[in-house]
Write a protein that binds this ligand. Structure first.
Ligand code: UDX
Length: 447
């Protein structure tokens, strides 16, 4: 997934020295893609092991199409990795901050890493620099970054702070970078705006140029709105179950209304991952801090949390006692095409089953290593190399992530392996009539 040669040749792009701080999902993708656009990129991370692996083009996580892009940049010589933030900043004109902003107990984002980068910029301000927030940060973080640089700098070299929020989805990150729905630029100067326009000149997308506060808020509002759509349809799914209606048809018909749109209207176990759960909470926290109690956001989170509990309760209704029952879980990552387990519904669901005394037999096409780290303390959970070994002698087979590989599962084969033919589909992956035809009891979401 790269820009076509035609597009690149057409433009004589101005090359920038770019430093991307943070080699996580956002940072590494941005670094590899900026290099692909022709810029000189250094990606910095304080994890030396990660940097050593990256220098050999070994990736710290799974993201389709990223590895070849990293290899290409490294080979061409315009994508470098370094553990030295000082060097990265000194040699760059544009610095993208893509460090982690993990949630704290009160829902607010921990901005320690952002402050560290701002202080490092102040220390290494050897020429004009554009410092860009790329990670999701609370509104007004840009202002704090600017104040921090002003406070700690040793000279009066000119600099700009800007916000350029990232909207990429894990699993489709490279595509989203090159073909975004829009590029949001929160700037305070014409110079910053010009640099951005040159950096992104090969990408065809509407540019939304705003002030920094507005750009920061666009990110909060967009992610929370998408989370709201998911929670809305999940709320509808609960009513469908009670009324005997089919949420899939409700969603289909709603989505055909252009004002609503069909995206993010799939009922299931709710949203997970490192963005939506944390961003909804952070938006809730920041709105309250600014003086507005955004009650709708609380409800979005509540519905999302309830979906996971409700799914286990429905399975319990079928199996009666969960103690010593053998339950297979197929699909662990928070969504398909990623090995990311952060805030995955599978974690809460498996822990709930374990608490009630069930034995767990699990498999995921990519997330096994990440899952092993999370569940390392339990001896009631066994990991398998494929779906068919996991389901052997089980009383229930749960599907928690809609991987293509799992959608193509051989029900005839499963039927012969299980102790009791019962399927719990947390993502409405299958046609109920088809599954029942193979002789399974079948439950799903909202139908
Ligand atoms: C999201 C945003 O889409 C992206 O713009 C932002 O930059 C980061 O957060 P991501 O977390 O990678 O991206 O995943 P996404 O594909 O948006 O899905 C988020 C979660 O919502 C997943 O757990 C997914 O399973 C769930 N989901 C999505 C639903 O439950 N139903 C849907 O209809 C859509």
């Amino acid at each position: 997934m790269v820009l076509s040669k035609k597009t690149k040749k057409k433009k004589n792009i101005k090359k920038y020295n770019v430093c991307v701080v943070g080699a996580g999902h956002v940072g590494l993708v941005a670094a590899a893609c900026f290099a692909e656009l022709g810029h000189e990129v250094v990606c910095v991370d304080n994890d030396k092991n990660k940097i050593n692996f990256l220098k050999k083009s070994k990736l710290p996580f799974y993201e389709p199409e990223l590895e070849p892009l990293v290899k290409k940049g490294v080979k061409k010589g315009n994508l470098n990795f370094s553990a030295s933030l000082d060097i990265g900043i000194k040699k760059s004109e544009v610095i993208f901050i893509a460090v982690g902003t993990p949630p704290q107990d009160d829902g607010s984002a921990d901005l320690t890493s952002i402050e560290n980068v701002a202080r490092a910029v102040a220390k290494n301000l050897n020429s004009y620099k554009l410092i860009v927030e790329k990670s999701t940060v609370p509104v007004q973080t840009g202002k704090k970054v600017k104040e921090t640089i002003q406070r700690y700098r040793k000279n009066d070299v000119e600099f700009d702070v800007a916000s350029n929020p990232e909207f990429l989805r894990e699993g489709k990150a490279i595509y989203d970078f090159f073909y975004p729905d829009r590029i949001v630029l929160g700037v305070e100067s014409k110079k910053a705006e010009k640099i951005f326009k040159e950096i992104y000149s090969s990408i065809k997308a509407p540019l939304v140029v705003t002030d920094i506060y507005t750009a920061e808020l666009i990110k909060h509002a967009s992610n929370s709105f998408l989370a709201a759509k998911i929670s809305f349809i999940n709320g509808v799914s609960r009513v469908c179950e009670l009324a005997g209606a089919d949420v899939e048809k409700v969603s289909l018909a709603m989505g055909l209304d252009k004002r609503i749109g069909k995206e993010f209207l799939n009922a299931g176990l709710g949203y997970g991952g490192f963005c939506f759960p944390k961003d909804v909470e952070a938006f809730m926290y920041i709105s309250k801090k600014l003086g507005y109690d955004f009650g709708l956001l609380k409800e979005i989170k509540k519905i999302n949390d309830c979906q996971r509990v409700h799914f286990v309760e429905k399975i319990k209704e079928h199996l009666w006692v969960l103690k010593n029952k053998k339950i297979a879980v197929l699909g662990l990552s928070f969504k398909p095409d990623t090995d990311d387990m952060r805030f995955a519904p599978s974690e809460d669901i498996i822990n709930n089953f374990l608490k009630q005394g069930a034995e767990m037999f699990v498999y995921d096409p990519q997330a096994m290593n990440e899952a092993k780290k999370i569940f390392s303390s339990s001896n009631k959970i066994k990991f398998f190399k494929d779906a068919y070994s996991a389901v052997k002698n089980c009383d229930c087979v749960c599907f928690l992530t809609e991987w293509d590989e799992l959608k193509k599962i051989d029900f005839k084969k499963i039927k012969k392996l299980v102790n009791y033919p019962f399927i719990a589909d947390g993502r409405n992956m299958f046609d109920p009539a088809q599954v029942k035809k193979y002789g399974f009891e079948y439950i799903s979401i909202g139908r």
